[in-house]
Design a protein around this ligand. Structure first.
Ligand code: SF4
Length: 216
């Protein structure tokens, strides 16, 4: 774990969800968090409604588990602010409680770590705010009705801290990276706005002309 503090001023906090966007695709992150583009389609609308429902239901207790919904969180060390979907507090002994964040996703587990990084960032925020350790959490996927347990081990924590650092750098620079077409573009909510194939091709032509001019 690094001791680096990225911000001193709460105004410089960035949205915790930006890490998930960054790990999925830095261009998607820049389009949303620099250019403020958001294309509401059926999939994002379903995801938004799912989150709104999760946050609405408030606080409850189930035996040795207390459930907090829509809890505001932040980390000054990583420069992040956001809201959890659910934090379960499991009674472990006496008056001691173990925090266990649970994030709700509309779809299914993804090939990259973007969802795990988002959840791990929530754990780091909870650790900083509550001064306790958060060793694990879970992601519930609506499409598969499956809860995936996630251990916040050292490699995932390192990946999360690097993602926070790189996302801050991207947003501070304020420059949207060029698109690079990939299989994941087909499941990107911004594909119709980004046009990765067309813009990528256009850039190739621009590069070709620039190179030809330099050589000539
Ligand atoms: S369409 Fe592809 S390149 Fe464009 S923002 Fe989405 S994932 Fe990134």
């Amino acid at each position: 774990m690094t001791d680096r503090t990225y911000i001193n001023d709460e105004e410089d906090l960035i949205q915790l969800s930006s890490l998930q966007h960054f790990v999925f695709c830095p261009r998607q992150c820049a389009l949303i968090h620099i250019e403020q583009v958001w294309d509401e389609n059926r999939l994002t609308a379903e995801g938004r409604i799912m989150h709104e429902r999760v946050h609405e239901e408030g606080r409850e207790s189930r035996g040795a588990i207390r459930i907090e919904r829509g809890m505001p969180i932040r980390s000054l060390r990583l420069g992040l602010i956001g809201k959890t979907d659910v934090v379960e507090f499991h009674k472990i002994e006496g008056n001691k409680w173990q925090a266990f964040p649970v994030e709700y996703k509309r779809g299914k587990p993804k090939p990259d770590d973007c969802d795990k990084v988002q959840l791990c960032a929530q754990a780091i925020c909870l650790e900083e705010m509550l001064n306790l350790s958060v060793p694990a959490g879970a992601i519930y996927y609506g499409k598969t009705h499956h809860r995936l347990d996630v251990e916040f081990n050292d490699p995932l924590r390192k990946e999360t801290e690097e993602a926070a650092s790189r996302t801050h750098a991207l947003i501070q620079a304020g420059i949207t990276p060029a698109p690079v077409y990939d299989k994941k573009c087909e499941r990107c909510s911004l594909v119709t706005f980004c046009l990765p194939k067309a813009v990528g091709k256009k850039r190739s032509v621009q590069n070709y002309l620039l190179e030809a001019r330099r050589e000539g």
